[in-house]
Design a protein around this ligand. Structure first.
Ligand code: HEM
Length: 457
């Protein structure tokens, strides 16, 4: 599918004296204004400067990476030279996820990852399949022919319920809408994270700032309640929370409620919105590509014949999986990954000074015509020949040691939910609604995915 032979030849020697080419922007702001005005367009246009592009946001120097081998170097082969990007260390984000898996570093991160990893093994994840299907069935039980719904909202609620039930064996159905609303309000400040106002807000007790911290405290109360219930019951549920609780007892140093809270909050956040977005964009693409939708329905009929799916069907739901991969190619829920150089190093032939922020954009690389034919077209069939080459032309889950711990969980959930819901309903886009992308922390539909429901059986 991909045209490795069409790759441009690259400068291999280290250009130690030079800075990569790139847009200069204004004297003080650098490229802040252009970036904020049209983030996705700006980072796409920057590719015209080359595979490694230098930019500046105020005093912060950044490299944008467009070549899969440099992305591999950043995430995998030279991962030791980097830590997470500065934007993840903002007080805002820290208040939300603290020192959880996404944000922690070094030995502390390694220990937490080791503890959490068993909960994400394929075998254990498989046991969650029935919950995923049951919760999807419950969610759609009241949907009616002709009804207008916002699928982005529905999918967010559903994936939140599932992550809490499967990882913390707790049911939050009563709290789910409330948590969903709080979480979606919480990421709003990140929408303008590159603005001067945001930098100032970070240090000032503005009303927005205070609202944000109040909202986090509200979610804290729910999370601490889940932890307290588990501590009180003392029962080993065999889920992530039990594992984290037991591990503390083993090495004698009890993990505080605060640390448990950070991990729980991290998985709340990392484990549901991204998956909900992959589902929402999949429904959007199916609603706008009738041929693919027909093939999808044909597969559901052939493999399931009207019964509910389960994990043993996954290897047979091949076209559904291809839809998922293609949807995450065109609309990657995590549309960028960022790192900061912790030492002077080298990438793509350029010197990287310590402190440089480096970014790779799934949004751009997944649509790069050097690696994908007709890159803007929705063609699930392109996945029938396996994964793309080079490897890091497609990296919806990142890569290397910090690769998404929930990737199997997410793939399984998306395919099972598409199959469960797709058996009962199809969706027509609401003609009065325009779907637009909004790159915040993740790639969201700005005002949802509004559809009109049509039953299939
Ligand atoms: C379609 C769904 C998902 C997408 C696209 C996605 C994407 C990503 C990406 C790109 C990263 C790496 C970030 C970086 O390198 O800076 C990541 C990390 C992570 N993801 Fe996911 N994710 C998804 C679902 C999930 C789920 C379901 C969970 C948990 C239930 C999860 C938990 C995590 C955690 C804990 C990390 C941090 C891992 C570490 O640094 O050790 N994600 N995810």
């Amino acid at each position: 599918m991909n045209t490795a032979e069409a790759l441009p030849t690259r400068k291999q020697e280290v250009n130690r004296a030079g800075t990569p080419p790139g847009p200069k922007g204004s004297l003080i702001m650098g490229v802040m204004r252009e970036f904020n005005r049209d983030t996705l367009g700006f980072v796409t246009r920057c590719r015209d400067y080359g595979d490694v592009v230098h930019t500046r946001f105020l005093w912060v120097h950044a490299y944008f990476l467009y070549n899969p081998s440099d992305i591999e170097s950043l995430l995998t082969t030279n991962a030791k030279s980097y830590r997470k990007a500065e934007s993840l260390r903002s007080p805002f984000f820290h208040r939300l996820v603290g020192n959880g898996l996404v944000t922690s570093e070094g030995d502390f991160w390694r220990r937490q990852r080791r503890l959490a990893q068993p909960a994400f093994h394929r075998q254990r994840i498989s046991s969650y399949g029935d919950v995923m299907v049951q919760y999807a069935q419950r969610a759609i039980a009241s949907w009616k022919d002709g009804e207008r719904r916002d699928l982005a909202r529905d999918m967010t609620r559903l994936t939140l319920e599932i992550v809490v039930k499967t990882l913390f064996n707790s049911d939050v159905s009563n709290d789910a809408d409330h948590i969903g609303e709080i979480l979606s309000g919480l990421v709003k400040p990140f929408a303008s994270q590159a603005t001067l106002k945001w930098i100032a807000d970070n240090r000032l007790p503005t009303p927005g700032h205070r609202r944000y911290f109040r909202a986090v405290s509200e979610i804290d109360r729910i999370v601490f309640r889940i932890i307290a219930e588990r501590r009180a019951s003392g029962y080993d549920e065999g889920d992530l929370l039990s594992m984290l609780l037991q591990a503390q007892d083993d090495d004698g140093t009890r993990m505080s409620d605060a640390q448990l809270r950070d991990e729980v909050m991290t998985l709340f956040l990392a484990g549901h919105e991204t998956t909900a977005l992959a589902l929402s964009w999949s429904w959007y693409l199916l609603a706008t590509h009738p041929q693919a939708e027909q093939k999808f329905h044909a597969e559901l009929e052939e493999v399931l014949g009207g019964r509910a799916p389960n994990v043993s069907d996954l290897p047979k739901l091949k076209y559904t999986e291809m839809i998922t991969k293609e949807a995450m190619r065109l609309y990657p829920p995590a549309y960028a990954v960022g790192r900061e150089a912790i030492e002077e190093t080298e990438i793509g032939g350029y010197r990287v000074p310590k402190g440089t922020q480096l970014f790779a954009f799934q949004w751009v690389t997944h649509r790069d015509p050097r690696y994908f034919d007709e890159p803007d077209a929705f063609k699930p069939e392109r996945w029938s020949n396996g994964d793309p080459s080079p490897k890091y032309a497609y990296f919806p889950f990142g890569g290397g040691p910090r690769q998404c711990i929930g990737n199997y969980f997410a793939m399984m959930e998306i395919v099972l939910l598409l199959a469960t819901i797709g058996q009962r309903f199809r969706f027509k886009l609401d003609p009065e609604h325009r779907v637009e992308v909004l790159p915040v922390l993740s790639l969201r539909p700005k005002t949802g995915i509004k559809v009109i429901i049509e039953p299939r059986i």
